[in-house]
Write a protein that binds this ligand. Structure first.
Ligand code: PMP
Length: 295
């Protein structure tokens, strides 16, 4: 991934992709003092860019550091990066980390770096493919208590258990894994939030120890606009027996139906299909969305 064409915005300047390097003694690498975002551009515009940038700033503050670039600067850099690379449908990855001046747990005076990369990533909106649903394993690791980890930060360190869980699931032939929280309640997948449907109502865990995804909030709004009831509550794994449908939400996942979680099976119901389509329309740049809604 490090030998591509194009540019990466790095500490205020555009550098050739292959030259966007950092020192091996960076604090971010050793002590996970690193936060990032996952964004997506549709038709040349990042969906909810301002919210992602705000979350990036907030993630860093939770870890005790301030990103030395304003939201305006970051948003402008992102737009320039997309324009420079002629990127229309793309994934955008900002990452901020503590640099290499001090090597130890304490890194009070280390420089805070910020890089933004973007690459072409079309949204293959093929409902017929997605409607098969994906299969999830149950993860062995659990989301930690917010007293144990900075749960509200999109911090690199919190992804350690996600990568382990995802690799375990892939080894067994599953697409992803569903994680419980430290109490044994359903939390989320390794990079997406989870929803269930039963008797025409939508149920989703309260985001009290994992990311309250931007897609999650968008989908809840879309569901309410359709008049569906959305219940945010503690959900225990054995309740999956009675749920009819399940889907994931996330910048990358968009709205992805789930056909299986461990021993439980689900259908792709009308509510899931409606929300998949509504989300697809919602993410389009405003002018295009009007055409899509009319046509
Ligand atoms: N949970 C985790 C662990 C994630 O990595 C993501 C993706 N950022 C989400 C939830 C969904 O968040 P969003 O909808 O903001 O992409």
């Amino acid at each position: 991934f490090d030998q591509r064409e194009g540019h990466i915005w790095y500490d205020g300047v555009f550098v050739p992709w292959a030259e966007a390097k950092l020192h091996v003694l960076s604090h971010g690498l050793h002590y996970a003092s690193s936060v990032f975002e996952g964004e997506r551009a549709y038709g040349g515009e990042v969906f909810k860019l301002e919210e992602h940038t705000e979350r990036l700033h907030e993630s860093a503050r939770i870890l005790g550091f301030e990103i030395p670039y304003s939201a305006e600067t970051i948003n402008q850099a992102t737009r320039e990066l997309l324009a420079k690379g002629n990127l229309v449908d793309a994934y955008v990855r900002p990452v901020a980390w503590r640099g290499s001046e001090m090597m130890g747990v304490s890194a009070q005076s280390n420089t805070i770096h910020l890089a933004i990369a973007a690459w072409e990533w079309p949204s293959y909106f093929k409902p017929e493919e997605r409607l098969k649903g994906i299969r999830l394993d149950m993860a062995a690791y659990r989301r930690p208590d917010p007293m144990t980890a900075p749960s509200r930060s999109k911090a690199a360190g919190l992804y350690m258990i996600c990568t382990i869980s995802k690799h375990d699931a892939e080894r067994k032939g599953y697409a992803d894994a569903l994680m419980l929280d430290w109490r044994g309640q359903i939390a989320e997948a390794t990079g997406a939030n989870v929803f269930f449907v039963k008797d025409g109502k939508i149920h989703t865990p309260k985001p009290d120890c994992f990311l309250d995804g931007i897609t999650r909030r968008t989908v809840i709004d879309l569901a309410k606009r359709r008049g569906f009831e959305v219940i945010e509550r503690a959900i225990l794994p054995d309740e999956m027996e009675g749920f009819e449908a399940c889907f994931l939400t996330g910048t990358a996942a968009e709205v992805t139906p789930v056909s299986e979680v461990g021993p439980y099976t689900f259908t792709v119901d009308a509510i899931t299909k409606t929300l998949m389509e509504d989300y697809h329309v919602e993410v389009q740049p405003k002018a295009a969305a009007k055409v899509a809604a009319a046509g």
